[in-house]
Design a protein. Sequence first.
Length: 372
Amino acid sequence: MVSVKQVQSKSDLKRFVKFPFSIYKDSPYWVPPIIKDEMASFDKDENPVFETAEAQFFLAYRNNKIVGRVAAIINWLEVKEQGLKKMRFGWFDFVDDLEVSKALLDKVREIGKENQLEYMEGPVGFSNLDKVGVLTEGFDQIGNMITWYNHPYYPSHFEHHGFATEKKYTESTFLAANADPKLFAKANVLIKKRYGLREMNFEKSSEIMPWVDKMFDLFNDSYSKLSSFVKITDIQKEYFKKKYISFINPEYIKFVVDAEDNLVAFAIVMPSFSGALQKANGKLFPFGIFHLLHARKHSKDAIFYLIGIHPKYQNKGVTSIIFNEFHHTFKKRGVVNCIRTPELEDNIAIQQMWKHFDPKVIKRRCTYVKDL
């Protein structure tokens, strides 16, 4: 018999965070999170997302052994401002037992009905900056720190429990050498001259910080029309600023501004920390931090995390400025492979942006939905 218990203590939460370590311990493709960071993101006193969202965490047990977990999430900005009566769920992991996955999903369903919501969708996080989707193809590809990895049996559980595919995502890779400067170097000069734009490069994180709020504002503007978008609040901006910006190699952040220094485009690339995180195995100390710092400077794989372009400048070639700057940085850093994080299949604009670089789809993932 399977029992589901709500996480009530810090020790329970640590069990919640560490559960995937048991079911993926033999996987060469799973990338473990840093346990301390993962716990902090679920701490209501640390993560400002809890000012506009709530979450309950559950563990499934069989014979006193943990066999599954799930986070049941309600984003009240989404429910009240956008009118989407959605029950979110994420951090959903389970052994290959239909009774276990059903018990956890039933708990999410119960909470959704209690709050008069209309449907449940997952796996998703609190916002658009969180991980998203169940992996459906590419199980033999290593994961990264900003996606979930899962066993191949996961999709069949959703289908068995009557869920339908909701949003589809692809993840692609291309060789840095494919970013031939002939494709964008000339356009880079023309676009800057035509619209009075200039690039901004950085050497220190402190140089970026005064611009971060403007970057997140532009992020909100750029992605507002995409399905399921939830804007980043001011207090979340401060949180992400402290948590992420200072850790990203400043050379991997590029801005484009107009003649009045208004931000019109940005791009954030992260060195791949996958191998370093596998070596760290969830712990920064005593040696994990050194693996991460080494990857920050020397990784030959670069992950395109976010690109935002002001609606006024979309489809006007501004990406040529960004690609031109990254070409110089990647050449200097010896980057070999470029990896794209999950992108909605129906985001045609983003697909068109990469077409000249001969990208190869290496993973597919989706979210699942079911009426309550």
